[in-house]
Design a protein around this ligand. Structure first.
Ligand SMILES: CCCCCCCCCCCCCCCCCCCCCCCCCCCCCC(=O)SCCNC(=O)CCNC(=O)[C@H](O)C(C)(C)COP(=O)(O)OP(=O)(O)OC[C@H]1O[C@@H](n2cnc3c(N)ncnc32)[C@H](O)[C@@H]1OP(=O)(O)O
Ligand SMILES: NC(=O)C1=CN([C@@H]2O[C@H](COP(=O)(O)OP(=O)(O)OC[C@H]3O[C@@H](n4cnc5c(N)ncnc54)[C@H](OP(=O)(O)O)[C@@H]3O)[C@@H](O)[C@H]2O)C=CC1
Length: 515
């Protein structure tokens, strides 16, 4: 019997960010392993014209929840969506709902955040810092609360190269930042943002670091722990391999490479690719919830959910395996034949951006115009290049994260818990994982049927022929122009033709002699 699963039986759990990538997998695993869990409260906002109920219905009816429904058929009764907007005062939760949350909650998992790298500082502070502060305040009024687990990111201190499981203070106190957001206008915030974020690449990593400081400073007597995942990828094992439902991290780039849009990307091939499967993060998070509640460590423990120091993989190996899988299982309706490569300096990156990204987009747009359609490829390509420029920082640096607390926790688990809540990344086979990841992107993100693979292969063959035809035509046109204008080109041409003629004559003569 799993001690952790038993611990969550009859518990009331509150999850923020439950509609997000990590939150969904967390909910799924909790229900599947602890079907006798009392209730999971989720703070949800209406979105994209959907009500809360419709959003929950959509999640429960997704493939991710198929197994849960077998072990916990009344799962829909155990999810209690609470209308909430974390950007509002008191999260805009009704009085009755707030009363219920305050009096019943046993465990909090705080996953909600803005993970956008280009978020305005005000927006990122609001969600990643102020909302965390408000949630802690709420938590302090919960008499039955046993643990508060805050999900941060391993990149909150990406300005350092070696990162321990401790909180590193930012120069300006979070309270001062929060106060200043109230009276500074957007233009002044824009001006001071680069100074505040310092050598971090974006507002996301900066505000996640501030969020950790808030947790440390304002948790009072609460039992608090922080989990810091690195780059969260598709599921490794559970509930099935390869599940992913958003474009963040590598997923968007896998699509861009597989559809033939992405031809080159600036990367340090031997830098560690610190990916961590989402189910590994979730297993650790659930185990941290149990450990924090039961063992009540004296200080706030931080757990790194990273792979680099225990089972490293680099970008070269990862990129190669992505391409190998795409060759075996191609994506449908590719723009060009997938063939991406890494560049290592700014000059080659700019060159390939012009030649391999923008030029084909311009040609394709020209073709669209000719056929009476609206050009769109250059716009799309520029958007992709902008996205890549924001991710580049993370594929051109290496970090070392210590994992002492995570390893300590693993050793504290019973063999059964180590099996049910496996977060030992040493067991991960990268090649197999990446293959499943790419397959998952095809099935769950692109919603492509595997029956379409022969057609996709046919399409790639056609693209290859178009590519050869285009290159040959281009070569002939350039050559013809050169010959018309340059004596040197004519001389070279004459030399090549006469050399080929002599070679063929010699070959013919020697074969006649043999006969
Ligand atoms: C001898 C042989 C030699 C061979 C050599 C080797 C082979 C080489 C092979 C090379 C290539 C192979 C490719 C394989 C790739 C694998 C390796 C690359 C992985 C790179 C991983 C990057 C690491 C990320 C680091 C994360 C660190 C921090 C982790 C965290 O804590 S937080 C979670 C991460 N957060 C994010 O990822 C958010 C990022 N997104 C954003 O911030 C925003 O979306 C944005 C990028 C700023 C764009 O904002 P916009 O407002 O412009 O647009 P919007 O969001 O509305 O979306 C616009 C359209 O773009 C699509 N899109 C969004 N995100 C992505 C994305 N990440 N990638 C691609 N596309 C994206 C979106 O869907 C929209 O599309 P539309 O709806 O069609 O318009
Ligand atoms: N994905 C990754 O690579 C990594 C993620 N993390 C951390 O993990 C956590 C979860 O990330 P992930 O699941 O990937 O992110 P997602 O973007 O998938 O999910 C974010 C969640 O936050 C919710 N949310 C955002 N704004 C509000 C709001 N104003 N009110 C209520 N809810 C809101 C979203 O709700 P809605 O659906 O309504 O938008 C969604 O449920 C974050 O704390 C992130 O920093 C850490 C390292 C890496």
């Amino acid at each position: 019997m799993s001690m952790i699963a038993a611990f969550y039986s009859n518990k009331s759990v509150l999850i923020t960010g439950a509609t997000g990538f990590l939150g969904k997998v967390l909910m799924e695993k909790l229900f599947r392993t602890s079907p006798h869990l009392k209730v999971i409260y989720i703070l949800v906002r209406p979105k994209s014209g959907q009500t809360l109920q419709e959003r929950v219905f959509q999640i429960l009816n997704s493939k991710l929840f198929e197994k849960v429904k077998e072990v916990c058929p009344n799962v829909h009764e155990k999810i209690r969506p609470i209308s909430a907007d974390l950007n509002q005062r008191d999260f805009a939760i009704s009085k009755e709902d707030m009363q219920e949350l305050l009096s019943c909650t046993n465990i909090i998992f705080h996953c909600a955040a803005t993970v956008r790298f280009d978020a305005h500082l005000r927006e990122a502070v609001q969600l990643n810092v102020i909302a965390t502060q408000q949630l802690l305040l709420m938590a302090s009024q919960m008499p039955k609360l046993e643990a508060f687990i805050h999900i941060s990111t391993a990149f909150s201190n990406c300005n350092l190269s070696h990162i321990d499981e401790v909180i590193y203070p930012c120069p300006v106190e979070p309270r001062k930042i929060i106060d200043s957001m109230e009276w500074l206008d957007d233009s002044i915030i824009d001006e001071i943002t680069p100074k505040l974020i310092g050598d971090r690449p974006n507002t996301y990593t900066y505000t996640k670091a501030l969020g950790e400081m808030v947790v440390q400073q304002e948790s009072g007597n609460l039992n608090v722990a922080i989990v810091r995942p690195s780059i969260v990828g598709a599921t490794w094992q559970e509930p099935f391999p390869g599940w992913v439902d958003n474009l963040n991290g590598p997923s968007g780039l896998i699509i861009a490479a597989g559809k033939g849009f992405l031809r080159s990307i600036k990367a340090t091939p031997m830098a560690v690719a610190d990916l961590i499967p989402v189910d590994t993060v979730v297993n650790l998070t659930i185990a941290v919830g149990w450990y924090t509640a039961v063992h009540r460590p004296k200080s706030t423990l931080i757990y790194h959910s990273t792979s680099g120091n225990l089972n490293p993989c680099n970008w070269y190996k990862m990129g190669l395996q992505v391409l190998a899988t795409i060759e075996k299982i191609p994506f449908e309706s590719a723009f060009r034949r997938p063939n991406a490569d890494f560049t290592t300096n700014n000059f080659t990156t700019q060159y390939w951006n012009a030649v391999s990204h923008r030029a084909p987009a311009i040609i394709y747009d020209f073709y669209l115009r000719l056929t009476g359609r609206k050009p769109r490829m250059l716009k799309l390509m520029n958007r992709l290049l902008r996205t890549i420029s924001m991710l580049e920082y993370f594929i051109n640096h290496s970090w070392e994260w210590s994992t002492n607390n995570t390893e300590m926790l693993l050793s504290e688990l019973s063999p059964e818990d180590q099996r049910v809540f496996n977060f030992d990344v040493r067991q991960l086979n990268w090649l197999e994982y990446i293959e499943n990841y790419v397959l998952g992107v095809k099935k769950y993100l692109l919603k492509e049927d595997l029956a379409g693979i022969p057609k996709a292969k046919q399409h790639l063959k056609r693209l290859r022929n178009i590519h050869y035809l285009f290159n040959t035509a281009l070569f002939l046109i350039v050559w013809r122009l050169l010959i018309a204008r340059s004596q040197m080109a004519r001389n070279i041409w004459f030399f090549i033709v006469s050399f080929c003629y002599k070679f063929i004559s010699y070959f013919r003569a020697s074969s006649t002699l043999k006969v």
